[in-house]
Design a protein around this ligand. Sequence first.
Ligand code: ARG
Length: 469
Amino acid sequence: MPDSSSKYSSSKLWGGRFSEQTAASVEAFTASIHFDARLYRHDITGSMAHAKMLARQGLITGEERDQIIKGLDSIGKEIESGAFVFRPELEDIHMNIEKALIEKIGPAGEKLHTARSRNDQISLDIRLYLREETYRITDLLTGLQKSFVRTARKYLGAIMPGYTHLQRAQPVLVSHHMLAYYEMFGRDKERLFDCLKRINIMPLGSAALAGTGLPVDRDFVARELDFPAITANSMDKVGDRDFAVEFVSACTLIQIHLSRLSEELVLWSSDEFSFVNLADSYCTGSSIMPQKKNPDIPELIRGKSGRVTGNLISLITMLKGLPLTYNRDLQEDKEPIFDTADTVSHSLAIMAELLDNLEFNLEILQNRVKTGFMTATDLADYLVLKQIPFRKAHSIVGRAVAHCLDNGKDLSELTLDELKGFSSVIEDDIFSLLTVKGSVDSRQSAGGTSIKSVKQALSEAEKILELKP
Ligand code: ARG
């Protein structure tokens, strides 16, 4: 005979087989409510769909379903208003809500957890959460792309030094530089949408690990919650956090991209570069040096790439060595996931604002492209078109540059006679090419920096983003 005497006295929802109360230290150590409470909406949405399914399948009555849904709805409102008291001794969001439901509606509440385990429940909650975050972050990425495209349109025609090794290399359009970031953040969007395919699969019905013997309708739950498919293997699914690793990994790359951009803004806003002015309202001062205007926003964004990368390492390391199926280690997934989504969202939003309030110093840019022999490759290409092999052309131009350095001149300042001294094939059609504008205009290869190629890229981007030129 099963013993239903008071020897089994734990007050937990799972307390039936326990004869002692949980130690307070264990409650404190195992509780996740202080961070998973933010999944309350997703948990309630999932439970409502589950209750509807249970009623359809005759596992609960229609009346019980209605009581459950009404109860969950009012719990949701209490949580939203701040009136709900979360209890750490109830461990997590699932049991806090379930216990509150039972206290509110009585026996019908005790039927909600039929054919379900917290193991498939948490998988569902994270998926619902990440689905929302994916749409939110891709929208923010689109917003940032719009800022780049607007800036590219605003400065169309302006030329700046392009760098390799952070050494002045070849002149490029400011707009070309801006559209490079448009591309980069476009890939980030693609990656998130791709990962959404793995997030967007409905796990409920996997139960603890082996599925359930009760007659559930998983497809109905999937339809209710707008999932295009249900997960295939119950054992795989309750222990699977690959989709979360993919999400955090895609976000890490976003933060790394933001960090590279930040580095440029920090450099560009320095006195040494003076390429851009960041708006006063987006900078801060120094408490000791009155002259300072610091680029704290890009610096912090760059700094936050450390914590996001750390989150990825935490998450993926947490999975290492876990046997199938659910293990409590998996509870450690949530903080890195939440922190990543928050950090990346905040960084994307503020970066877009910063860009919208940024001014390029056109005069300085114009001066900077005049020096540094940035048209040297153009001279070499000119020689190539006159049938001189590129390696030979490279060395001829190298000698011309050395000559300029010795004489304090730029390539465009050499006379035709001087130039002919390096190669007799040079004629006076060379001079238009040795200007920075000539150099930029000549780069008409698809994806290059010529005004023609950039205008085309810009129009395409504006069309995709539905921006008016
Ligand atoms: N709080 C748990 C987590 O985040 C929920 C699932 C717990 N399942 C269990 N059998 N203890 O993973």
